[in-house]
Design a protein around this ligand. Structure first.
Ligand SMILES: [Mn+2]
Length: 424
C-alpha cells in the first residue's frame, strides 16, 4: 500500500478539532442526523475499471504517469480510494479490457481490501484484434446473424466472468444505430436487438439483473437503437423482471429532465442502476457535480423519495456507479471528488422536509415547494459527510491526505511515467 493507515489517523487528529466544531454547528439543526450518518456510511459507489487511467479525447491523450498496468493494479487504486473515503468499495469491470485471468486470485485480492464486484460491462462497440466479425455496422442490431451471434456470445462470456467474481449484474450499452438516413430499418434494428438481448437474458442467473443503458447520440449521429429511456424501458419490459433501465447522466439530449425520468422508472420498478458523471454539452464525462450540482441534488431527491415510497434499501437496491473519463485531472483525485459530490447530494436529499413539501403541493404553493427544496440544497452538509467518513475510519479530508502523501508520485515511482491503463 502506498501509505500507512496511521497517516490517515495522524491527519484526522490534526483536523479533528475544527471538524467537530463544524459538525456540531451543522448537526444542531438536523433532527435525524444519526440516521443520515448511518445511511451515508452504508452508501457505496462502484468505480469503473476504465476510469483509473487517462482517458483522452478524440484529439489526444495526455498520460498522467503511474497509471495501473493491469487489473491487479486497478484494484489497488480502488483500494486506495476506499481507504481514503470508505465509500468506494466496489468495482465495475469492463470486458475485454479487464479480463480476470485468475478469477479466484482477483476475487481474493479485492476482498482483502473490502471491494466487491458490481455490474460487469460488455463491449460490442469496438472490434478486438482476434474477433471474426466487425461491429462497424452495429452488434445486436446487425443485419447479419453471424455478427449478432458473436455479440450475444460475448455477453454470455461476460456473465460467466462475472459469476466467477461474485458479480450479480450485467450492463449492456450498445453503440448500435445509424449515422445516415436510410441506413437502417428502425423496426428491424430494434427487433434484432430485442431478440439478442433475449438470448443473453436467458443466460442470466436467477439472482442477476440486466441493465440496459441508453444514449441519445454518439458514436452514431442519426439514430441510436437504444436511444432513450423509452426504448430501454420497452426492451426491459419485454425481457422480464430481471431487466432494468440504466440511467447515465450524460446520455440525454440537452436539458432533459432526468429527475422526472428517474421518478417514473422507479415507480415502474424498472430503474436498475446509475452511471454518474456531469456534462455541459453532451456526453462530457466530467466530474460528478462539477457543472450542475442542483440537478444532481434534484435527481437524488427523486431517488430518495421514490425508493422510500417502495421501501427500498438505498444502499443496495440500485447499482450506483460512476462513468467518467479523465483528460486533465488525476483520475484518483477526480474520483474522490465525484464520490464526495454524490454523498453531498444524497445527504441534502435526505434533509428534504417531505411532509412540508407534500403540504405545499396540496396547496399548490409553488413558492414554498421551491423554498423547501432549495433550503435542503443550500445546507452545507460537508461536515456531516466528513463525520460519516471519520466514523468509518476514513480520512476527514481525503483529497488533502492524497496530496500530502504524494500518492501520484509514489505510483509513478512504482509503475513508471509512461504506463497506459487499458480502457478509454
Ligand atoms: Mn455509461
Amino acid at each position: 500500500m502506498i501509505f500507512e493507515n496511521n497517516r490517515i489517523e495522524e491527519l484526522n487528529a490534526s483536523a479533528e478539532k475544527e471538524h467537530l466544531r463544524k459538525f456540531e454547528m451543522a448537526s444542531s439543526s438536523i433532527k435525524n442526523v444519526e440516521e443520515i450518518l448511518q445511511k451515508l456510511s452504508a452508501f457505496q459507489v462502484a468505480i469503473p475499471s476504465w476510469a483509473l487511467g487517462s482517458g483522452g479525447t478524440r484529439f489526444g491523450r495526455f498520460s498522467i504517469g503511474g497509471e495501473p498496468r493491469n487489473l491487479e493494479e486497478k484494484i489497488m487504486d480502488i483500494a486506495l480510494l476506499h481507504k481514503l473515503n470508505r465509500s468506494s468499495g466496489a468495482i465495475s469491470l469492463h470486458i475485454p479490457w479487464d479480463i480476470p485471468k485468475d478469477a479466484s486470485h482477483i476475487k481474493s485480492l479485492a476482498a482483502e481490501h473490502g471491494i466487491v464486484f458490481d455490474a460487469m460491462n460488455s463491449n460490442t462497440f469496438q472490434d478486438q484484434p482476434d474477433q471474426e466479425h466487425s461491429y462497424k455496422f452495429g452488434s445486436l442490431q446487425h443485419v447479419k446473424k453471424d455478427v449478432r451471434k458473436q455479440a450475444i456470445d460475448h455477453n454470455i462470456e461476460v456473465i460467466n466472468y462475472g459469476k466467477e467474481l461474485g458479480s450479480t449484474s450485467l450492463t449492456v450499452w450498445l453503440a448500435d444505430g445509424s449515422s445516415f438516413p436510410g441506413q437502417l430499418n428502425f423496426r428491424h434494428a430494434f427487433q434484432n436487438t430485442l431478440e439478442g438481448l433475449g438470448e443473453i437474458y436467458a443466460s442470466l442467473p436467477d439472482d442477476w439483473k440486466m441493465f440496459i443503458e441508453y444514449k441519445a447520440f454518439e458514436p452514431n449521429f442519426y439514430s441510436t437503437t437504444v436511444g432513450d429511456w423509452g426504448q430501454s424501458l420497452l426492451l426491459a419490459s419485454k425481457l422480464g423482471s430481471k431487466a432494468y433501465t440504466l440511467v447515465d447522466l450524460g446520455h440525454h439530449l440537452p436539458n432533459a429532465n432526468i429527475e422526472q425520468i428517474v421518478s417514473i422508472l422507479l415507480m415502474e420498478k424498472k430503474l436498475g442502476g446509475f452511471h454518474f458523471n456531469d456534462s455541459r454539452y453532451g456526453d462530457d464525462d466530467l466530474t460528478v457535480g462539477a457543472m450542475r450540482p442542483y440537478q444532481l441534488f434534484l435527481i437524488f431527491n427523486e431517488l430518495v423519495e421514490g425508493m422510500d415510497a417502495r421501501g427500498m434499501n438505498h444502499a443496495t437496491d440500485l447499482g450506483w456507479m460512476i462513468d467518467a473519463s479523465h483528460n486533465i485531472k488525476d483520475p484518483l483525485e477526480d474520483l474522490l471528488q465525484s464520490v464526495e459530490a454524490m454523498k453531498i447530494a444524497y445527504a441534502q436529499a435526505l434533509l428534504v422536509d417531505s411532509v412540508a413539501l407534500k403540504a405545499a403541493r396540496e396547496n399548490n404553493d409553488v413558492v414554498v415547494a421551491q423554498e423547501i427544496l432549495q433550503d435542503a440544497f443550500r445546507t452545507d452538509v460537508r461536515p456531516i459527510v466528513a463525520e460519516a467518513r471519520r466514523r468509518a475510519g476514513a480520512a476527514l479530508e481525503p483529497l488533502k491526505v492524497f496530496r500530502s502523501m504524494n500518492v501520484r508520485n509514489s505510483l509513478i515511482a512504482l509503475r513508471g511515467e509512461k504506463t497506459t491503463a487499458t480502457g478509454l
